[in-house]
Design a protein around this ligand. Structure first.
Ligand SMILES: Nc1nc2c(c(=O)[nH]1)N[C@H]1C(S)=C(S)[C@@H](COP(=O)(O)O)O[C@H]1N2
Ligand SMILES: [Mo]
Length: 319
């Protein structure tokens, strides 16, 4: 079986060479083995392993990395979710107070069909897929998580953007009563993020409702978040309440707080260092000793399929 491997051992599922049907089939079989293997290694959510999936979704092997899944425990206890505190352990401790139902998301701005959808309507908008994505935090660590959701492009199709819609803004919940971190001035609330509309329309951009066969734990952004695997983790906004299609590039929370450190694009790029540290390597959570930065970071986090979105752009300038 031909599995393409990068020199550092990270599988590259989006190589344009991996398109023939045979390859796809062998990948699919391989994925099944990987899933079983990951469960055996304790990478799977225990409840999932015992009772089967709680949020039914079909694995999309063509959109899945073959890396070993991060252990559920690590993915749910080492988080960035500043609304619940800046320490990695705090979201797991404090996010229990977040009430994720009822929940509505309003989709508005430059669209022909603005809509406000409750969670059930949103869940039913398109078939749910499982996709194993790597997520690379700008701080230098990464995880591999089996997410559940559908391409954000499904939303774009539904609301029919007008010709003025050039960007999409994601606005997340900021409720002091439920979120102890919102009292702090570490960021401007609500946490907002944004994409150019063609980036939002890329099939890899996942509107995400679950992980490890279950709904999202609160600390991972319940009940609905984005996951953008080719960008640094902070672009993947958690607990979204509003999606706005807009004409001008939206301001984003991290860019507002430190514009020279966090750009609008924030594509994973080993050649563009953060002003205070190198981005050439990363530590895979659960894999190494705590301070080890062993793996080479890959351009676009290994998701080379997105490269045409940035054709002709100087990525040192548009960091
Ligand atoms: N609303 C909100 N979304 C957020 C954040 C946050 O603080 N608030 N942190 C971001 C950062 S920095 C990262 S690395 C990822 C972490 O996602 P995870 O905890 O599910 O791994 O969420 C992103 N989304
Ligand atoms: Mo991050």
């Amino acid at each position: 079986m031909l599995i393409k491997r990068s020199p550092n051992g990270i599988d590259l599922p989006f190589s344009s060479e991996i398109t023939p049907r045979e390859m796809y089939e062998s990948r699919r079989n391989f994925m099944k083995q990987v899933a079983v293997g990951a469960a055996a290694l304790g990478g799977m959510h225990e409840a999932f392993a015992q009772n089967g999936p709680k949020l039914a979704a079909t694995l999309n092997p063509a959109f899945s990395a073959m890396d070993k899944h991060t252990a559920y425990k690590d993915a749910t206890t080492y988080n960035n979710y500043y609304e619940f505190g800046t320490d990695k352990s705090e979201p797991a401790i404090y996010a229990g107070s977040l009430k994720t139902r009822p929940w509505t998301v309003s989709i508005e701005g430059e669209v022909k069909k603005p809509m406000t959808l409750d969670l059930d309507a949103l869940l039913k908008l398109a078939p749910l897929e499982e996709r194993v994505y790597r997520l690379r935090c700008v701080e230098g660590w990464s995880m591999v998580i089996p997410w559940i959701g559908y391409s954000f492009s499904e939303i774009i199709k539904k609301v029919e953007p007008t010709g003025n819609a050039k960007y999409v803004e994601f606005v997340t919940l900021a409720d002091k009563k439920q979120m102890p971190g919102v009292g702090s001035r570490v960021l401007q609330w609500p946490y907002t993020e944004g994409l150019r509309i063609d980036e939002a329309n890329h099939p890899l951009a996942l509107l995400t409702f679950g992980m490890y066969g279950d709904v999202l734990p609160n600390q991972n952004g319940a009940p609905v978040r984005m996951v953008l695997p080719w960008k640094y983790g902070f672009k993947s906004a958690k607990s979204i309440v509003k999606i706005r299609f807009v004409k001008d590039q939206p301001r984003t929370s991290w860019n507002l707080s430190a514009p020279n450190e966090y750009g609008f694009y924030s594509n994973v790029n080993p050649d563009v260092d953060h002003p205070r540290w190198s981005q050439a390597s990363e530590r895979r959570i659960g894999e190494d000793g705590f301070l080890a930065r062993k793996r080479k970071t890959l351009m676009f986090n290994g998701y080379a399929d997105v490269a045409p979105l940035y054709a002709g752009m100087d990525l040192k300038k548009f960091y």
